[in-house]
Design a protein around this ligand. Structure first.
Ligand code: URA
Length: 435
């Protein structure tokens, strides 16, 4: 078989066989197929899609392109939680400690942020001293000792995805449902957890812009997980506006801590509670939704989740005083309140999450390329969200800046707010759960 025959085949919307998909992935990672041929294939997949069998073969082949983590030395049920990415998404910092406090083992490998979306590792690194590079022995030991570790993804996990994702990023083929499903699920399956809870974001700040695509992606990922013998649940959640109030690394750490103290923004607090409930149910640490909900509420009110976060920070060499005193986190030199200056009262109709994420990136909170250095202190805190009434003098948002691109960022934030003269209905953060 030759690569050109396979491109022709996919172009004519004829399914590729398992053998053909193996050939493509294996030869590509060996460097025997050039990027331009894989690019052509990716574009054919983008337009023609893939059958469920093709996606399964692709996922398995990618998974087997590198190391598969063995978590069998960790006693108890191991669960992984994954978000498809969004703006202000600090969920792992809350859900991981809560689930761990309730008996689930969290051995999590997270990623860095790129573009407008943030990454859990960057948020954790905003905590002075926090180490994300830990040997596999220490990782397993930590989870056995305290029930939770969040570390950087091993370099050897799914090398095929690293190559393919980089190519997709520059060929306009990221937002293809079969390619996203195989990319995410190959990494989740390689990370070794028994159960997986997926948070599939939908809306302006997410890869999936509409609910039907989010449902299709969720169903596909759940079925890929099940075929591989894992219990997988996907919760589709709203990303039509940023999640919570804070966007920016240290600011999001503060918001996560506040949420573990029970003082989080309503949308974020609800999301964290519901995802932890799903984890408890899928891991059978609770037998009903009501029981799981009571357990999560208790873990928050008694500070059990907060204590877990503090223990994890201390174990990973971070300054755990941040939990009680935010002045130990990096602070921006300047804060600027963005006021609503018009006489007419209005309501917030929408907040473009993508624009807010890009504004935070301009300030230095995110990176345009993986090599860019992040400023942990900077970002945006929204004070008004969709549905809120605004009158003259109200502060819409506060910008935390160290002077980089401040004016452009402010313009972008103001641009992201769309106002309405009429009252606006709010959306539920949890849209649908697919099991
Ligand atoms: N996240 C991933 O890991 N892969 C994708 O393709 C999209 C989001």
């Amino acid at each position: 078989m030759t690569m050109i025959e396979l491109i022709e085949k996919k172009k004519q919307n004829i399914s590729l066989t398992q053998e053909e998909i193996s050939y493509i992935i294996q030869e590509y990672i060996k460097g025997n197929i050039p990027d331009y041929q894989i690019s052509a294939l990716l574009m054919a997949i983008y337009f023609n899609g893939m059958t469920d069998d093709e996606v399964y073969y692709l996922t398995q082949e990618m998974l087997n392109s590198g190391e598969v983590v063995d978590l069998s030395e960790i006693k108890g049920i191991k669960c992984d939680k994954h978000s498809t990415g969004g703006v202000g998404d600090k969920t792992s910092l809350v859900v991981g400690p809560l689930a761990s406090a309730l008996g689930v083992k969290i051995a999590k490998m997270s990623g860095r942020g790129l573009g407008h979306t943030g990454g859990t590792l960057d948020k954790l690194e905003a905590i002075p001293g926090f180490q994300i590079e830990i040997s596999s022995e220490d990782f397993l030991k930590q989870v056995n000792d305290i029930g939770i570790a969040i570390i950087g993804q091993s370099k050897n996990i799914v090398p095929a995805d690293k190559k393919l994702y980089a190519l997709r990023d520059v060929t306009g083929t990221v937002d293809s449902i079969p390619l996203i499903a195989s990319s995410i699920m190959s990494k989740k399956l390689a990370s070794g957890a028994d159960h997986i809870v997926l948070d599939v974001k939908v809306g302006s700040g997410a890869f999936m812009k509409d609910i039907n695509s989010a449902i299709e992606l969720s169903k596909l990922m759940v079925s890929l997980g099940k075929k591989a013998g894992k219990d997988v649940v996907a919760t589709i959640t709203d990303m039509s506006q940023p999640l919570g109030f804070a966007i920016g690394n240290a600011l999001e750490v503060i918001e996560a801590i506040e949420t573990l103290k029970g003082h989080g923004p309503k949308d974020f607090q609800t999301l964290c509670t519901e995802l932890t409930i799903e984890i408890l149910l899928v891991c059978k640490n609770a037998s009903s939704y009501d029981e799981a909900k009571k357990l999560v509420e208790k873990a928050i009110s008694e500070g059990l989740g907060l204590a877990k976060l503090q223990a994890m920070i201390a174990y990973q060499h971070g300054d755990s005083r941040v939990v009680d005193d935010y002045s130990f986190l990096p602070l921006a030199t300047q804060t600027i309140d963005l006021e609503y200056k018009h006489d007419k009262d209005v309501y917030v109709e929408s907040i473009n999450a993508l624009k807010i994420g890009e504004a935070a990136m301009l300030l230095g909170a995110g990176r345009a390329t993986l090599e860019d250095k992040i400023d942990f202190a900077v970002g945006v805190v929204l004070h008004k969200k969709v549905g809120d009434k605004i009158t003259k003098g109200d502060v819409l948002a506060t910008v935390y800046t160290n002077g980089k691109n401040t004016d452009e960022a402010i313009e972008m934030i103001l641009d992201a707010y769309i106002m309405s003269n009429q009252k606006v209905n709010t959306k539920n953060i949890i849209i649908k759960t697919i099991k």
